[in-house]
Design a protein around this ligand. Structure first.
Ligand code: ZN
Length: 107
């Protein structure tokens, strides 16, 4: 497995996990005895890009949660968009979903 360094302290991360506190999800990096707090789960995708953390150590259930979270955020954005922008977003999302569906059938 590829080594993933904690963006906070630089230690090798053994896994990532989330904790829900007061209905909000937070992301933690686990390594040794003390986990590092990485920030709100919502910003994880941004953080992933920013820090270059691989998703390889995230559990399947968390990945599914993330996908649903990303999708609901996109939907929220589509709902708020208007006119041509909205049409474009709906078209792109539909295209993406079609591809995902096709890939799922090929499993
Ligand atoms: Zn750390």
């Amino acid at each position: 497995m590829k080594e993933v360094r904690c963006p906070r302290c630089g230690k090798n991360v053994s896994s990532f996990g989330t904790k829900t506190i007061n209905d909000r999800k937070y992301l933690f990096a686990y390594h040794g005895n003390r986990p590092c707090y990485l920030g709100p789960y919502d910003s994880y995708v941004h953080a992933e890009r920013l820090w270059g953390i691989g998703l390889s150590n995230v559990s399947d259930a968390d990945l599914e949660d993330m996908l649903m979270e990303i999708f609901s955020r996109l939907l929220h954005k589509v709902r708020r968009a208007e006119g041509e922008k909205k049409e474009k977003m709906v078209k792109e999302l539909n295209e993406m979903l079609k591809q995902m569906h096709k890939k799922l059938q090929d499993v």
